[in-house]
Design a protein around this ligand. Structure first.
Ligand code: PEP
Ligand code: MN
Length: 467
């Protein structure tokens, strides 16, 4: 296992000199972002709490190891070539309060269930990745929120402020960064225990999926479930080592939005002398912070982790090429993932030009669909929601575009939960807006619930098996 130590940068003249100010890892350029335009950051000042939090985060143990990050890069390189498929899912915004064993296990269970179905449909390995163990910072369209004539700072995720609509709760508190770290650590610890300790047993996961297809609303998925059943029986007859199959790789990811936090958790890998952001295996840049010469793109260009960038409907082919040049100048396999979130009504029209331009340049990125963020609407009764049919339509559009161009549709990025919430409309066992009144729990964007998530997996598996 890789050892990560601080202050081993080869060219740092006096590594300790910068420790207090900018984190334990000293490496040229890691602080260049501080001089660049930056958006979506909290307004906490350089207070004592801020300094103490950053100082502590600079020396706490890393959440992930550089060796694991390198393994993920290889896995993503395979996905970019059509030899694996990425499944990335979890909350829009994790909260400290919801980091309970029940909720974490339900989410991991749902991702594992989806992965089994997708593995069968794709006939290739599925890379399992949570929007989990660190997804605490949210970009907002407005700095403030007004309710009944009262205006307070908008909720920016538990790492910045609280969701309760009071001045105390909405104040930006740098001490929350430490709680985010500790909550991430305990979440990741449980995920590692589940995925290494028997919970991921293929036969068990398949049994759970049978529960799904036994619901009459899901009868149309029965034949696929039966096919998977037969495949598992076949493996069993051939003497497959199911004990070995009990363990699965599971990677952690989040939006790298709060750069003070990401910078403080960046460490120099003792093997290579290079910087890794050890807050997660994979980090992505959001649609609102992907400006080329701004802070987020600069900072992430300097860490070794595989990086994702969300691409919305206004993205041009030139934008995509410039991002490649900046984030993946060496065209390293697995380094860069483009997560497109164009909207069901746009994807067939807008995606082809971007993909064609990137392909013509010779660059090989991993293309992933996020069918959630381009399809957000407000329900007649006032909830932020998404129609299951729109979500599925964007996924279909994504596959259609890549099939037509001969490129690789390499993954799926979804906001989902393992719980029986009511946040997105529709599905075979349909959710209607009345259910929002009792079962809408998200503090940010609407998530697919357990059943909707599995239904999506069955639908995508169908599309993949035709590939
Ligand atoms: C998100 O993933 O929750 C998000 C804010 O996405 P985007 O940057 O694509 O809007
Ligand atoms: Mn979201």
């Amino acid at each position: 296992m890789t050892e990560l130590t601080a202050n081993t940068a080869p060219s740092a003249a006096d590594p300790l000199a910068s420790t207090a100010q900018s984190g334990a890892a000293n490496y040229p350029g890691l602080d260049a972002w501080r001089d660049l335009p930056i958006s979506q950051q909290p307004t906490w000042s350089n207070s004592d709490v801020f300094k103490a939090s950053v100082k502590e985060l600079s020396v706490v143990p890393p959440l992930v190891f550089a060796g694991e990050v390198d393994v993920l890069r290889e896995r993503l390189a395979a996905a970019a070539q059509g030899k694996a498929f990425l499944l990335q899912g979890g909350d829009c915004a994790e909260t400290f309060e919801a980091a309970t064993a029940d909720k974490i296990s339900a989410r991991v269970k749902t991702i594992l269930q989806m992965a089994v179905v997708l593995t069968y449909g794709a006939a290739m390995p599925v890379i399992k990745m949570g929007r989990m163990a660190g997804q605490f910072a949210k970009p907002r369209s407005s700095n403030d929120e007004t309710r009944d004539g009262v205006t307070l700072p908008a909720y920016r995720g538990d790492i910045v402020n609280g969701y309760d609509f009071t001045p105390e709760s909405r104040a930006h508190d740098a001490g929350r960064m430490l709680q985010a770290y500790h909550t991430s650590a305990s979440t990741l610890n449980l995920i590692r225990a589940f995925t290494q300790g028997g919970f991921a047993d293929l036969r068990l996961v398949h049994q759970w999926n049978k529960g799904f297809t036994e619901n009459p609303a899901h009868a149309r998925y029965e034949s696929l479930a039966r096919d998977i059943d037969r495949a598992i029986s076949f493996m069993d007859s051939c003497g497959a080592d199911f004990e070995a199959l009990k363990r699965v790789e599971f990677f952690a990811s989040h939006e790298a939005l709060l750069l003070d936090y990401e910078r403080a958790l960046t460490r120099i890998d003792s093997r290579t002398g290079l910087p890794y952001d050890t807050s997660a295996h994979f980090l992505w840049i959001g649609e609102r912070t992907r400006e080329l010469d701004h802070a987020h793109v600069d900072f992430l260009s300097r860490v070794r982790n595989p990086i994702g960038v969300k691409l919305g409907p206004t993205t041009s082919g030139d934008d995509a090429l410039r991002l490649i040049d900046k984030l993946d100048p060496n065209r390293e396999p697995g380094r860069l993932t483009f997560i497109t979130r164009m909207g069901a009504g746009n994807i067939r029209e807008k995606l082809p030009a971007v993909v064609e331009r990137v392909t013509a340049s010779g660059a090989q990125v991993l293309w992933v669909t996020d069918p959630m963020h381009g399809n957000t609407v407000t329900s007649p009764n006032g909830y932020k929601t998404r129609n299951f049919d729109d979500v599925i339509d964007e996924v279909r559009g994504f596959f259609e575009v890549h099939h037509a161009l001969g490129t690789v549709p390499g993954g799926l990025h979804v906001e989902m939960t393992g719980d029986d919430v009511a946040e997105c409309l529709g599905g075979a066992d349909p959710i209607d807006q009345d259910a929002f009144l009792d079962r809408y729990e998200s503090v940010c964007d609407p998530r697919l619930n357990h059943m909707q998530s599995l239904e999506m997996a069955f639908l995508v598996a169908g599309a993949l098996s035709k590939r």
